[in-house]
Design a protein around this ligand. Structure first.
Ligand code: C2E
Ligand code: SIN
Ligand code: SIN
Ligand code: FE
Length: 439
């Protein structure tokens, strides 16, 4: 499949899943912890609220009997509290009861001396000491009239069971989030594959249309001076085969193919009395005929899709020794595709019937090509063509027009309808930034 869509889809979805899990999981973890703190706080406050009553005023009396308060504080140590302290309304410590063996907690608390809350509302903070979770809380104690009589400070130990309960609650919620995120992202996998398949189908049909457009346009012109479009089909096959023989890459072969289809598209602007003249052209007529090169360049210049044909359209009548037209380019100044095309164009013109000539035999045609090597043609390319021409000609000349068209489709498919070019074509056409330019 084109663009390695499965690998890309899986990678993207995996990243989405991780990100989604991290974000949602992080939010959830924070909320769960807040919630757990609130719950512990509520429990601790609830337990400490029993610390009320008529004895509270004794906190503020000198030499008061504190035994009842002390008794109560000791009871607290039997529930969840590790340390209980009572302060008077002036925030002086009056009483302190402590579980034996919580010195570590006490030491830790001394490291973080608390300030009494300014507001008259409960204050708490969480402490992690070793493996244990403690909640230090500070509450104002009120007498019956509602006035503050003192303060309660307790260090509430969150027991292992509760810690475990909170942990497994968080773990369950995280697992749920990760699973839901996974299911959600996986839902997109077949959707991505489907959309990609549609896109590839669309790209293929667009590419097919582009090629057909070149084929039809070039064929329509060829039909004017050679009865059928077959000349165009044949030169395209020859050109691709010669290019393959000299090891051109597929990208260059695609340009050559476009060039082969469209090489003489400018002949559309040449009048019938010149183009279809049964005999030899005079100088004036030949001058008019030469303009088919410029007309062709002008025509393909109107379309970015046809622009790859330019080298061939513009330079297929250049000659290796510099005596050709339109520019008189010499040797390797002539684009390689044009040098390749010149050989197969002349070969096919020689072996075909033209309004002005009868077909020559294969041997005669090859004789003319070989004679012109170094003058008209690139000798290296002539050498390569000589190696493949006989078999190629036999194949093509013995085929019907329909069969030639069949052969053409096969060679074109190989260079255009392969996954690497389709991917490239798709990329080019789904990037809105690349606006069509006439060049
Ligand atoms: P075309 O018929 O497609 O020919 C393409 C090229 O093949 C010609 O380019 C020429 O290089 C080569 N070629 C064709 N026939 C012969 C031939 O009998 N002997 C040799 N040695 N080479 C041949 P060129 O000459 O630049 O011509 C371009 C186009 O001009 C031709 O395309 C054709 O449409 C037209 N043309 C050329 N000469 C004549 C002519 O004498 N009478 C008419 N009516 N048209 C001609
Ligand atoms: C030219 O240079 O005039 C023609 C070259 C070619 O047909 O390849
Ligand atoms: C090209 O421009 O297509 C190639 C030129 C060269 O190989 O001479
Ligand atoms: Fe031409």
């Amino acid at each position: 499949m084109i663009l390695n869509i499965r690998r890309i889809a899986i990678k993207r979805l995996f990243i989405s899943w991780i990100l989604l899990s991290l974000v949602l999981g992080g939010i959830d973890f924070y909320l769960e912890m807040e919630d757990a703190d609130d719950n512990v706080m509520r429990l601790a406050v609830k337990e400490s609220e029993s610390f009320t009553g008529e004895n509270l005023h004794r906190l503020n009396q000198t030499n008061a009997d504190l035994s009842e308060l002390r008794q109560k504080a000791t009871e607290f140590l039997h529930s969840h509290f590790a340390i209980v302290e009572l302060y008077n309304r002036d925030k002086q410590k009056i009483l302190e009861e402590m579980d034996p063996g919580v010195d570590a907690v006490e030491d830790e608390l001394k490291k973080f001396p608390h300030s009494f809350p300014l507001a008259e509302s409960p204050y708490y903070r969480k402490l992690l000491i070793g493996e244990n979770v403690f909640m230090q809380l500070l509450l104002p104690l009120r007498d019956k009239s509602g006035a503050i009589a003192g303060y309660f400070e307790g260090v509430y130990q969150v027991d292992a069971e509760m810690v475990q309960h909170i942990k497994s609650g968080v773990a369950r919620a995280l697992l749920l989030i990760v699973s839901v995120a996974l299911i959600t992202t996986l839902t997109f996998y077949p959707v991505m594959l489907f959309l990609h398949r549609e896109l590839v189908r669309f790209a293929s049909s667009l590419l097919r249309s582009n090629i057909e457009l070149m084929e039809v346009l070039g064929g329509a012109v060829a039909k004017r001076d050679s009865d059928t479009s077959a000349h165009n089909f044949r030169v395209t096959i020859y050109a691709i085969r010669l290019a393959e023989a000299v090891g051109l890459d597929s990208a260059q072969i695609r340009s050559l193919t476009a060039g082969a289809f469209l090489h003489d598209v400018g002949k559309i602007g040449i009048s019938d009395n010149v183009l279809l003249k049964p005999g030899k052209l005079n100088d004036e007529e030949f001058a008019a005929m030469r303009t088919h090169v410029l007309l062709g360049v002008d025509i393909i210049g109107k379309s970015a899709a046809l622009d790859t044909a330019r080298d061939v359209v513009e330079c297929h009548h250049e000659k290796f020794d510099g005596s050709g037209y339109m520019r008189g380019l010499k040797g390797e100044e002539i684009p390689l595709n044009a040098r390749i095309f010149a050989i197969v164009d002349v070969f096919d013109a020689l072996t075909s019937k033209r309004p002005y000539k009868e077909p020559f035999s294969f041997d005669k045609a090859m004789g003319i090509l070989l004679e012109s090597r170094g003058s008209h043609f690139d000798p290296v390319l002539i050498e390569a063509f000589t190696g493949i021409a006989a078999e190629l000609y036999r194949e093509v000349s013995s085929a019907s027009d329909a069969q030639v068209e069949q052969m053409l489709r096969a060679v074109v498919s190989e260079h255009f309808f392969n996954s690497s070019y389709l991917a490239q074509f798709l990329k080019k056409h789904i990037q809105p930034a690349s606006s069509p330019s006439a060049g």
